[in-house]
Ligand binder design. Structure first.
Ligand SMILES: Cc1cc2nc3c(=O)[nH]c(=O)nc-3n(C[C@H](O)[C@H](O)[C@H](O)COP(=O)(O)OP(=O)(O)OC[C@H]3O[C@@H](n4cnc5c(N)ncnc54)[C@H](O)[C@@H]3O)c2cc1C
Length: 503
């Protein structure tokens, strides 16, 4: 049978009693009767193994697959389990014609409510398009949109290549559309800077191939940061990075943990790293965590430090290693080891909420880093009994990374030529809890407003709260707006799909 929107989330919508329902989410405009007709039409066109109602064998697994528990509360009227670009074309033509709400699901790791799920509309899922291949002649990697970074790295490692991809194995290719921060980024830009060719289904179902130099070059660039607003990508061809085979231990690094007493010192180090270091072989990811789960009550920070070389150079990582640590686990690694260093850290079954800020780094702004950590810790301690996991993560966006993107035709994010840190604030709620308590949400929003931000530095759309106007912070904002107007003149996507604001 076709699903009706009857989950808790829909009831929340009616009563507006749930604090997590953002104003950008409440914009269902398609009539249920249209959606039923569209699903019937699609079932006729594509068959019932591809178009499933709630009675279908894969429907439940599909709607339950988003990592954010809140997004598993949505009930699409039908799911389209596409197997090729032509299926996506048929789906989009019908969605466009019947004017129905829709969502696209790839790896399911969006933190934002409704960005990969839809209530009462049509969900296009890429779970059956997961192939990854390497073309040695072209020296490129082709990813179907359902691929995930861990399995992709494992499949390609024997050939000595890897895409510039995510740092957690289970994350999917939606990462590319938001830009993409990788352990390879200092040397190879945002992940999407490595696009070679994209196959894209436009909002009306037209299939186009976009490259840096053809008539769709503007679309090609917009898809480097424009998230889910510019069409549905059905094939990504990206540059292959020659990272070596699993036997080649050409990297060095691992994780170092710090006690709370080192938090301020670590904040300074993170600030300095992005200012002082422009070595394309050096990268870190540093995460502060306030954890109160299963009797474990701890406050800790972890830095993952990696260098494409035989040791961690003191000139680059000395500050990280000179402050008091709890543990240190540093060794020779293959790139596959690096790509899988955080494997298994993605935890499904919990409601999550994220927010983004960004800071340039140097000694003069250390105070802003200290303030960021202090505000976050204060928030985390205040709500420790309600939030089992509260984190603050720092990813350096180095000068070399930004320069690389410019050399490859610029992305839509287009930061100024200044190294900065993309800063992510996250909470995970208790397993199974389906709402964010009102006081927690108010505290989180207040934290987001108070966190310092460097003017002119872009926020990261893959790490933002849905209320944040991320596109407006991009260097390519005007370009993005005009390109959106060109490819979606009736603003169909914005009217019928949840995603970033501001176009
Ligand atoms: C545990 C964890 C670790 C993370 N690590 C990193 C990291 O290392 N680096 C980083 O940059 N980000 C990271 N992220 C953020 C991540 O990049 C974003 O959440 C990203 O959107 C996830 O993509 P997905 O395919 O997994 O998720 P989805 O939720 O399936 O997709 C994300 C968004 O993209 C849209 N979308 C997906 N595929 C398509 C397509 N083919 N065409 C059009 N729209 C599409 C979806 O509709 C949705 O709005 C992480 C997130 C989590 C939860």
């Amino acid at each position: 049978m076709w699903a009706q929107p009857q989950h808790a989330l829909f009831l929340c919508l009616l009563t507006t009693s749930c604090s997590f329902v953002s104003s950008s989410f409440i914009k269902r405009t398609s009539e249920p009767v249209n959606t039923l007709a569209a699903c019937n039409r699609l079932q006729g066109l594509l068959g019932n193994t591809i178009v499933e109602s709630s009675a279908g064998p894969d429907y439940n697994a599909t709607v339950n697959s988003p990592r954010n528990l809140f997004n598993t509360e949505f009930l699409p009227t039908c799911v389209i389990l596409v197997t090729e670009a032509a299926d996506v074309q048929v789906a989009m033509k019908t969605i466009f014609e019947y004017e129905v709400d829709y969502a696209v699901l790839a790896g399911g790791h969006s933190a934002n409510i409704g960005w990969d799920a839809v209530n009462g509309g049509i969900l296009i899922s890429f779970e059956r398009m997961t192939q990854v291949s390497y073309d040695a002649t072209k020296d490129t990697i082709t990813l179907q949109p359902g691929a995930r970074w861990g399995p992709s790295a494992m499949a390609l490692a024997p050939q000595g290549v890897a895409p510039v991809g995510g740092r957690v194995d289970d994350v999917g290719t939606g990462l590319l559309l938001g830009g993409g921060l990788s352990f390879l980024s200092p040397g190879h830009g945002f992940a999407s800077d490595n696009y070679v060719e994209l196959e894209v289904v436009l909002v009306d179902g037209t299939l186009v191939t976009a490259t840096a130099n053809n008539q769709y070059a503007d679309l090609f660039r917009a898809l480097k940061g424009g998230a889910n607003r510019f069409g549905i990508v059905t094939r990504y061809e990206v540059k292959a990075i020659h990272t070596g085979t699993p036997d080649e231990k050409t990297w060095f690094g691992g994780s170092v943990t710090y006690p709370e007493s080192s938090f301020e010192a670590l904040a300074r180090v993170i600030s300095h790293f992005v200012h002082n270091n422009d070595n394309p072989n050096a990268v870190h990811l540093s995460i502060y965590e306030r954890i109160n789960i299963d009797g474990l009550d701890t406050t800790i920070a972890t830095s993952w430090l990696f260098y494409n070389g035989t040791e961690l150079p003191k000139s680059v990582f000395g500050e990280f290693l000179s402050i008091p640590t709890l543990t240190s686990n540093l060794t020779s690694l293959s790139y596959l080891d690096v790509a899988l260093a955080l494997a298994g850290s993605s935890t499904p079954g919990q409601g999550v909420a994220w927010g983004s800020t960004a800071l340039v780094g140097n000694e003069l702004v250390d105070d802003l880093y200290l303030e960021t950590v202090r505000l976050w810790l204060n928030f985390s301690n205040t709500f420790v009994s309600q939030i089992p996991i509260s984190t603050l993560a720092f990813t350096p966006v180095t000068l070399s990374q930004i320069s690389y993107g410019r050399e490859r035709g610029r992305n839509a994010i287009d930061p100024p030529l200044i190294g900065y840190n993309a800063i992510l604030q996250t909470i995970n709620l208790p397993e199974g809890q389906k709402t964010v308590p009102k006081d927690v949400e108010e505290g989180r929003q207040s934290l987001l407003q108070q966190l310092p931000t460097s003017p002119g530095i872009p926020l990261y759309v893959n790490e933002c709260d849905s209320e944040q106007e991320v596109f407006a912070t991009y260097g390519g904002f005007e370009f993005l707006k005009s390109t959106y107007a060109k490819y979606d003149p009736t603003r169909f996507n914005i009217r019928h799909m949840d995603g970033p604001k501001g176009l």
